[in-house]
Design a protein around this ligand. Sequence first.
Ligand SMILES: C[S@@+](CC[C@H](N)C(=O)[O-])C[C@H]1O[C@@H](n2cnc3c(N)ncnc32)[C@H](O)[C@@H]1O
Length: 114
Amino acid sequence: MALRAGRHDRVARAISECRRPARFPRAQPELFINFLTHPGDMVVDIFAGSNTTGEAAGGLGRKWIAVESELDYAIGSAFRFMQDWPDDECAEFVDRCRKRSQDRRSNAASSDDA
Ligand SMILES: C[S@@+](CC[C@H](N)C(=O)[O-])C[C@H]1O[C@@H](n2cnc3c(N)ncnc32)[C@H](O)[C@@H]1O
């Protein structure tokens, strides 16, 4: 899949989403992925931020898993892969993610009380 970083920024701004600062250039993870892995391997980034690494891995024919603790960064990173989505569907996606996150927090708080 061809990816355009511009879509990520444009949609993130359009729906007032938090765009992760201090992202690194895609050439950095590409260097290490090419050096350390083969096509078809799995690349795991447990501090994914805007998921530059996942995008690079996918572009080089690797599978990837990204883990990010900040919901807004995770949502923003998803836009990398939603470039063909209309902006209103992106906004619905954000609402669903936030609602699910709030529900999980509420459920966790309820089980802590029990
Ligand atoms: C240096 S940034 C990663 C930048 C990323 N490579 C990029 O290009 O955007 C580190 C990220 O790790 C996340 N993070 C910190 N602690 C974490 C944790 N325990 N689990 C998952 N993510 C975590 C932070 O929210 C932050 O976005």
